[in-house]
Design a protein around this ligand. Structure first.
Ligand SMILES: Cc1cc2nc3c(=O)[nH]c(=O)nc-3n(C[C@H](O)[C@H](O)[C@H](O)COP(=O)(O)OP(=O)(O)OC[C@H]3O[C@@H](n4cnc5c(N)ncnc54)[C@H](O)[C@@H]3O)c2cc1C
Length: 420
C-alpha cells in the first residue's frame, strides 16, 4: 500500500473554501509526517475580503471543532468570533419560543465568513500549498494525470479534488468529465442591515438568532443573525426573487425586530445542498464539502462539515494515493456524514409537514411544557448534535406520540384554548 500511496506526487484542489483548505492542510501535514512530499495546488479565484462565500457565519465552537482544527495544525481563531450567541428564537406563523443551550453546552459564535476563509487560505499557503488565484475552466482526464485548465494557466496533477461548493460552472465541468452529478439544492438570498455604521454594537437582537418558518409560498425558512455591527438576513427556498426578501422583511414577526429607519444592503444569491451528490469519487477525483452534498440539509453546520470532509479526503489520499481503494476508503470515512444527510432530509420533510395551519404552533406549545421537546428543538435548530442522535436518542416514542397528539388535536381546538 505504501508504494501505491507514494505514486501521489501532486494534487490539485479546485476551491479554497473550508473544504479545499482543510484538504490541502491535511495532505501537506500527512505527507510530512510520512517523510514524503506532495505538491498541493490550491485553485481559488476569490480574494477574500473583496469576494466572499455565502454564509451566515454561525459556528458551534465545540471540542470536536477545536480537535479538527488541531488535526489541521491550527488553533481555532477565537479572535474572529464577533459575537457569542445566547440562543435561538424559533418563530412559527403565530407563536414563538426561546431555545437556550443547556448548562455546559458549547458556545455558538457568529463570525465573518470572509475573515475565516482568509485565515484558512493563508494558513494553507503558509503550510506550503501553492495558491493559484484563478478559476478552473476545464479538466482533461488523461491516462496517468489530469490537466487543469484555468484562466491563468494550465497545470497538471495526479489527482483532482473538487471543493468548489455549489458553483454551477465548476460542477458542470466535473459532470462533463466524470460521472459526478451535483447535489440537489435550494436557493438562498442574503442581505444585511447596519443599524449604526461600522462600529460593533452590543446586544444586537439581544444576542439571539431568530429562525422563522414562515407561511410564505416561496420561503422554506428565514433567519436573522446578529453579527458584530450588523444583522445578517437569510431566506431559503425555491425560485426566490427580491420581492420574497421584501415580503419576509415586512412580516409582522420580522419587521419589529429590525432597527427602524435603516435599509437593507445589496441582496446576494447562494445555494445550499439538500441531498448527496451522485458519484462524488471516481478515477483520480474526489469531491468534498458542499459539492458532495455532505452537509446537513436542514440546519447546515456546513463550515464544520466542509472542514471535516476536506480532512477525510486528504487523509484518504495520503494513505491510499492513486489507487482503486481510495474512493471506497473515502466513502467509508464519510459514512457518518452520509447517514446524517438522510436523517436531515426526514427532518426537513417533517418540518414541511408541520408548516401547515397551526401544527408548528402545537409543537411550540408542547415544547413549553416539555423540556425534552425543547431540547430536541434546540438541537435541531442549533445543529449541536447529529440528526441521527436527535432521532435515535431524543425523539423517544412517548415524545413522538405527544407531538402527534398535539398536532392532531390542535386544529380541532383552533389553538385557542391552550394557555401559552
Ligand atoms: C446563505 C447561507 C448561509 C449559510 N450559513 C451557514 C452558517 O451560518 N454556518 C455554517 O456552518 N454553514 C453555513 N452555510 C453553509 C456553508 O457556507 C457551506 O456549507 C460551506 O461554505 C461549504 O464549504 P465548501 O468549502 O464546501 O464550499 P465553499 O465555501 O462554497 O467554497 C468553494 C470555493 O470554491 C471556489 N470555486 C468555485 N468554483 C471554482 C472554480 N471553477 N475554480 C476555482 N475555484 C472555484 C469558490 O470561489 C469558493 O471559494 C450557509 C450557506 C448559505 C448558502
Amino acid at each position: 500500500m505504501a508504494t501505491e500511496a507514494a505514486n501521489l506526487e501532486r494534487v490539485a484542489i479546485i476551491g479554497g473554501g473550508p473544504a479545499g483548505t482543510s484538504c490541502a492542510l491535511t495532505l501537506l501535514r500527512g505527507a510530512r509526517e510520512r517523510g514524503r512530499e506532495i505538491e498541493v495546488l490550491l485553485v481559488e479565484p476569490k480574494r477574500f475580503g473583496e469576494h466572499y462565500n455565502q454564509c451566515a457565519g454561525v459556528l458551534t465552537v465545540d471540542e470536536s471543532l477545536k480537535e479538527l482544527m488541531e488535526e489541521l495544525g491550527l488553533q481555532f481563531p477565537n479572535d474572529l468570533v464577533q459575537r457569542l450567541v445566547r440562543g435561538y428564537v424559533l418563530h412559527a406563523q403565530d407563536d414563538q419560543i426561546l431555545l437556550v443551550p443547556r448548562e455546559g453546552d458549547s458556545p455558538v459564535g457568529a463570525l465573518r465568513r470572509v475573515e475565516f476563509d482568509e485565515f484558512l487560505l493563508n494558513e494553507a499557503a503558509r503550510a506550503g500549498a501553492v495558491v493559484l488565484p484563478y478559476r478552473m475552466v476545464d479538466l482533461e482526464f488523461q491516462k496517468n494525470r489530469i490537466i487543469i485548465y484555468t484562466e491563468g494557466g494550465t497545470y497538471h496533477a495526479d489527482v483532482v479534488v473538487g471543493a468548489f461548493g455549489l458553483d454551477t460552472g465548476a460542477a458542470s465541468v466535473f459532470a462533463r468529465r466524470t460521472a459526478y452529478r451535483p447535489p440537489p439544492s435550494i436557493e438562498t438570498l442574503v442581505t444585511k442591515i447596519h443599524p449604526a455604521g461600522l462600529e460593533p454594537i452590543e446586544g444586537l437582537l439581544d444576542d439571539y438568532i431568530h429562525a422563522f418558518l414562515p407561511r410564505l409560498p416561496q420561503i422554506e425558512f428565514g433567519a436573522l443573525v446578529p453579527k458584530g455591527n450588523h444583522i445578517s438576513i437569510i431566506i431559503a427556498g425555491r425560485r426566490l426573487a427580491m420581492r420574497d426578501m421584501q415580503r419576509f422583511l415586512a412580516m409582522p414577526q420580522v419587521s419589529p425586530l429590525l432597527p427602524q429607519g435603516t435599509e437593507p444592503g445589496d441582496c446576494f444569491r447562494g445555494t445550499f445542498p439538500v441531498g448527496l451528490a451522485h458519484r462524488f469519487f471516481g478515477q483520480r477525483y474526489l469531491i468534498v464539502g458542499d459539492a458532495a452534498g455532505l452537509v446537513r440539509p436542514f440546519k447546515g453546520g456546513g463550515i464544520a462539515a466542509a472542514l471535516k470532509t476536506g480532512r477525510l479526503a486528504g487523509r484518504t489520499l495520503v494513505a491510499h494515493g492513486v489507487t482503486a481503494q481510495a474512493g471506497a476508503a473515502y466513502m467509508a470515512e464519510c459514512r457518518d456524514l452520509r447517514g446524517d444527510v438522510r436523517y436531515g432530509q426526514v427532518l426537513r420533510w417533517l418540518v414541511a409537514l408541520l408548516s401547515g395551519p397551526f401544527r408548528m404552533e402545537a409543537i411550540i406549545h408542547l415544547a413549553r411544557q416539555s423540556p425534552a421537546m425543547r431540547q430536541a428543538l434546540y438541537d435541531c435548530v442549533s445543529g449541536r448534535t447529529s440528526y441521527r442522535q436527535i432521532f435515535r436518542e431524543e425523539l423517544t416514542s412517548s415524545l413522538v406520540a405527544q407531538a402527534a397528539w398535539a398536532c392532531i388535536t390542535w386544529p380541532l381546538r383552533g389553538g385557542r384554548d391552550l394557555p401559552k
